[in-house]
Design a protein around this ligand. Structure first.
Ligand code: NDP
Length: 444
């Protein structure tokens, strides 16, 4: 059996009941197979892949807090410090009832390669909790965040591990966590990114993942002789990534016709009203059923269905495994040109394979959504030099990073004979840098 297959088999055996982690490992190792098999004995002797798929450290802890009825609640907190070969661990904190160790490990593993692709010195990590901020009062969210940070603060720091936001962790949660870290450690430092602008946050961080996704998509289309202006775009999700993806797509002259949440989806043939979307989601924290009040001609549908709408570009921006094989089939039948992932691993493996085999331009999240973490790294730079850059400075750097990242991925795919396979390109380009750093640092 080949070394790659042996390690995939081991991962499944040693990490039972972690299907998302198996999926992520399989996707990455399958892609870098050509690199490994070119010098298999050397990599096997170095146990390079075993070191890559085992986190340097994984921390699991109890998070007790008191709800508004005086009842003590207990959640589980996680931080997986996956790989620090090229820099301090970096990756978000997900607060969602679906969170478990396997999901955090899949996200942390993907993060290693994504962070490497940005060209910036950041290692891979991820964390979170099964706490659900939805429907909780501000006081309850603060109680949870303070308890969570009371434990987490022992393991993180501006030069060791710098968490950020993710699903369920927005500006409010980052603020409460930062306050508690500062109080406990007595340090005002860039230990978290996604901070508020008055205490060390970076302009354009809020917009970065969605904007970066569009800079990547625009470059991808451009290098295939197409222009995003005038194209119809379907977006899933209506959170941070989806909202700013919709905003930038609209600014670039495309028409975004859908957004969704976990209950249903909106179709607006005239183009999603970004101001209304922000008002509903960011200000009032309400559901998408409200959208019709702002745009009477739009349609609201319960359940899944975003991918049934005809579009040129599909941008899944909600969560993992939300675009299935049957969705991919409809997208292809409807003539989609590109599918670019704003969320992490939103497309199932079968759907990805179907899109690739039908010649669709498919950009994996680890490349296409890397603008968020890249801008987090820019926030770290600003914190280190105790300066704040303007929105335009950060946005310009973000665009440069995404354009460069696209060409890096495209080149890696070409070099190994997988032209236009951006899954292989992204994994190889991300892996090469980490590999080099791991080999240089010896057996650690
Ligand atoms: P938000 O919490 O702001 O938004 C998440 C959106 O996805 C919401 O609309 C939510 O709907 C929907 N959603 C969540 N879970 C499900 C589900 N199980 N089924 C259907 N819809 C769901 O998160 P972000 O926008 O920050 O993150 C979205 C994705 O992008 C995630 O995969 C995240 O890891 C990834 N990402 C985020 C980055 C960032 O900078 N924020 C950076 C890189 C990647 P509802 O409100 O109903 O829950």
């Amino acid at each position: 059996m080949s070394y790659v297959d042996e390690v995939i088999e081991q991962v499944v055996k040693q990490n039972p009941a972690e299907p998302e982690f198996h999926q992520a490992v399989k996707e990455v190792l399958d892609s870098i197979r050509v690199v490994i098999e070119a010098d298999e004995e050397k990599f096997r002797k170095e146990a390079l892949l075993e070191r890559l798929v085992n986190p340097e450290r994984q921390i699991k802890f109890r998070v007790p807090w008191v709800d508004d009825n005086g009842q003590v609640q207990v959640n589980t907190g996680y931080r997986v410090q996956f790989n620090s070969a090229i820099g301090p661990y970096k990756g978000g904190l997900r607060l969602h009832p679906s969170v478990n160790l396997g999901i955090i490990k899949f996200l942390g593993f993907e993060q290693i390669f994504k962070n490497s692709l940005t060209g910036l010195p950041i290692g891979g990590g991820k964390g979170g909790s099964d706490f659900d901020p939805k429907g909780k009062s501000d006081r309850e969210v603060m109680a949870f965040c303070q308890s969570f940070m009371t434990e987490l603060c022992k393991y993180i720091g501006a030069d060791t591990d710098v968490p950020a936001g993710d699903i369920g962790t927005g500006a409010r949660e980052i603020g409460y966590m930062f306050g508690q870290y500062k109080r406990l450690r007595g340090l005002f430092e860039g230990v978290l990114t996604g901070k508020g602008l008055t205490y060390g946050g970076s302009l354009a961080r809020t917009e970065a993942t969605g904007y970066g996704l569009l800079y990547f998509t625009e470059e991808l289309l451009k290098s295939h002789g197409k222009d995003i202006a005038g194209m119809t775009v379907c977006i899933s999700g209506s959170g941070n990534v989806a909202t700013y993806a919709a905003q930038k797509a609209t600014q670039l002259g495309a028409k975004v016709v859908t957004v969704s949440d976990s209950n249903g989806w909106v179709y607006d043939a005239d183009g999603i009203d970004i101001a209304a979307l922000k008002e509903i989601k960011e200000v009032r924290r309400a559901r998408l059923t409200e959208y019709k009040n702002y745009r009477p001609n739009s349609e609201y549908h319960e359940g899944r269905g975003v991918w049934t709408v005809k579009c040129d570009v599909a941008l899944p921006c909600a969560t993992q495994n939300e675009l299935h094989l049957e969705d991919a089939k409809i997208l292809v039948a409807n003539g989609v040109t590109a599918v670019c992932e704003g969320a992490n691993m939103p497309t199932t493996l079968e759907a990805t394979e179907y899109l690739l085999s039908n010649g669709i331009l498919f950009a994996p999240g680890k490349a296409a959504n890397a603008g968020g973490v890249a801008t987090s790294a820019l926030e770290m730079s600003q914190n280190s030099e105790r300066l704040s850059w303007t929105f335009e400075e950060v946005d310009t750097k973000l665009k440069q990073i995404m354009v460069h990242l696209y060409h890096n991925v495209e080149d890696a795919a070409k070099r190994y004979g997988f032209e236009d396979n951006f899954v292989v390109g992204a994994n190889i380009a991300g892996f090469e840098k980490v590999l080099d750093a791991m080999l240089a640092q010896g057996i650690v």
